[in-house]
Design a protein. Structure first.
Length: 157
């Protein structure tokens, strides 16, 4: 089976867990597990195939989001990011922990500080309902240096 699924109908059985927070909404995250097989029965509706994937220059991120929707990227995570709750994140303390893939959905200005609005994959309990704002325009934590997007074949398969 090939094609793209919607986020609402993602056919993998990963249960949510409390990622980097102490809460009781979900169970704590355990050790990493292999990716389960795709549950083809859970996939309903049309499937769309990717047409192309391309890099997006940092100066073109806003235009890409306006024309085609969210873009994908990665950035360096530092220890202070784990406790983010609100505001515009700017790394201040703690060691580098590794890289993290994210989805940039939009941008804005808060208190005179430009930011990207980003979806995190850890769950809706983390950060600001699963999202965060990070300093925009300075490639903070490398977030603007590895942006990719893709075109979708609009004919369902």
């Amino acid at each position: 089976m090939h094609g793209l699924t919607s986020e609402a109908k993602y056919p993998y059985a990963f249960p949510p867990c409390e990622h980097h927070i102490n809460a009781t909404h979900y169970k704590p995250c355990g050790p990493s597990k292999p990716t389960p097989s795709c549950d083809r029965a859970a996939e309903k509706g049309p499937r769309y195939h990717g047409k192309s994937v391309y890099s997006v220059a940092s100066a073109d991120i806003q235009q890409e989001i306006l024309l085609h929707g969210p873009v994908e990227g990665a950035f360096t995570v530092y220890q202070d990011f784990l406790t983010y709750k609100s505001g515009v994140y700017q790394h201040a303390t703690g060691p580098q922990l590794g890289g993290h893939a994210i989805k940039i959905m939009g941008w804005g200005v808060e208190g005179g500080v430009k930011y990207w609005l980003v979806a995190n994959s850890w769950n809706e309990d983390w950060g600001d309902a699963g999202t965060f704002k990070i300093l925009r325009g300075e490639n903070h934590c490398g977030i603007e240096s590895n942006i990719v997007a893709g075109a979708v074949d609009t004919a369902p398969k």
